[in-house]
Design a protein around this ligand. Structure first.
Ligand code: GAR
Length: 195
């Protein structure tokens, strides 16, 4: 069973969807750690409630980003983490983590990449006046939302939608898609690894 860490910075509804899928038996993963960079993030309470170990580190407590990420790598090694799932983690992943986990980090982003990368993807889509946006699950590389795409789901933007309406619709889709795609990835990796 894949030993995973989830990285999150905010409310953690995607973290919750992953936990729920594991508990329901539809996602075969061992969530060994939540990594969070915001001490006040609600996702920390979700982890506590689910009895999942968490580690909250602030970059401001480290000399630089490299030192911050080296400490994260240390925490991941301690728990034997094999795979990283970014779920609303609002930082670019740097080389210490990328080098330790080549092709083993995935992210979910609330747009149909390559459209609207970076922050406020939903606001960007609404300002552009598009009627269809969505979500993308992709491997993480050194760029901002530039890694190879694994899966995408379209979500409609209706006339008179507020940003909250669209965010809710995208998140509903994320909560279904992310655990499903993770299960597909983990099953594929296990099959490929079999003799
Ligand atoms: C999710 O909608 C995710 O797609 C987005 O943050 C939200 C986190 O929500 N990620 C990004 O914007 C990454 N660039 P959650 O904390 O409730 O899971």
């Amino acid at each position: 069973m894949k030993r995973i860490a989830v990285f999150a910075s905010g409310s953690g509804s995607n973290f919750q969807a992953i936990v729920d899928a594991v508990n329901a038996g539809t996602l075969d993963a061992d969530i060994r750690l939540l990594v969070c960079d915001q001490p006040s993030a609600a996702v920390l309470q979700r982890a506590q409630k689910a009895m999942i170990d968490s580690c909250c580190l602030s970059p401001k407590d480290f000399a630089d980003k490299t030192a911050f990420e080296k400490e994260i790598v240390q925490q991941l090694r301690l728990r034997g983490i094999e795979f990283i799932v970014l779920a609303g983690y609002m930082r670019l992943i740097g080389s210490p983590i990328l080098q330790e986990y080549p092709a083993s980090i995935v992210n979910i982003h609330p747009s149909l990449l390559p459209a609207f990368p970076g922050k406020d993807a939903i606001g960007q889509a609404m300002n552009a006046g598009v009627q269809v946006t969505g979500l993308t699950i992709h491997y993480v590389d050194a760029g901002m939302d530039t890694g190879p795409i694994i899966a995408q789901t379209k979500v409609q933007i209706h006339a008179n939608d507020s940003i909250v309406d669209v965010q809710k619709r995208i998140q509903q889709a994320e909560h279904i898609c992310y655990p499903k795609v993770l299960q597909e990835l983990f099953t594929k990796e296990t099959t490929n690894a079999a003799p």
